[in-house]
Design a protein around this ligand. Structure first.
Ligand code: DC
Length: 221
């Protein structure tokens, strides 16, 4: 029997196809998609807007205590997704610049920020079964889930994917920051299925994920 709610955790390096595949899997299974990177990006954007010194951990933690946010679940083109709003505003485009990416990996290393994010991300379960993508979902946010995936691809391939989206950034540096921070670093969770998709299409990668989810569900039945 299926245990409710189910969380499919998709972690991995930057531009490894987490968003594309998490959305495909969520659509196919009718689950709610959660982009936790967008939540960290939103907080980085908020700090920049509020002129918080993003190199000052105390100032960043204080900003995290005071910002006013809410979660909402929105349906668009057959995909239900969770949005993090700041004072009722959803900064969808603003958080995607290379500048925002660089600021995000700094604020994401602050333990108080990670605590806030973990609580908020666990609260998403109120919306139903989830496909949640990030860096620490299988290791830290939902370590109890049986459905863990870790995506990766060659650096050149990942840089080319980002460039095709019009964003030129130093992915190697961001990977290094994400993997070497003390608080919930990016690593492969125990029990993850690791998929290197350098030579796979998104359709092939998401089919692998869905196949493995079904296999594990049957094993759990
Ligand atoms: O997935 P993304 O590129 O939008 O993530 C932006 C940054 O947020 C990334 O450099 C690391 C951080 N992040 C994190 O530390 N933990 C998560 N669960 C998701 C993102």
């Amino acid at each position: 029997m299926k245990k409710h709610p189910i969380v499919i955790a998709i972690d991995g390096t930057s531009a490894s196809g987490k968003s594309t595949n998490a959305k495909l899997v969520a659509k196919a299974l009718g689950y709610v998609y959660v982009d936790t990177g967008a939540m960290y990006r939103t907080f980085a954007w908020y700090c920049v807007q509020q002129r918080v010194d993003i190199h000052d951990n105390k100032a960043v933690a204080a900003a995290c205590r005071k910002w006013k946010t809410s979660l909402e679940c929105v349906e668009k083109n057959g995909l239900r997704a969770v949005h993090l709003l700041v004072e009722n505003y959803f900064p969808e485009k603003e958080i995607r610049t290379a500048e925002a990416s660089a600021a995000t990996s700094l604020i994401a290393a602050v333990p108080k920020v990670r605590d806030w994010m973990k609580k908020t991300q666990r609260d998403c379960i109120q919306f139903g079964d989830l496909v949640m993508e990030g860096r620490d979902i299988g290791t830290n946010v939902f370590p109890e889930t049986d459905y863990k995936f870790y995506l990766d691809a060659k650096l050149e391939e990942r840089s080319a994917r980002r460039a095709a989206d019009g964003v030129h950034e130093n992915l190697a540096m961001r990977d290094q920051r994400d993997s070497q921070r003390a608080a919930a670093p990016l690593m492969i969770a125990l029990g993850s299925k690791v998929i290197n998709n350098s030579h796979l299409t998104a359709a092939e990668t998401s089919a692998l994920i869905i196949g493995e989810v079904h296999r594990r569900m049957t094993a759990n039945a």
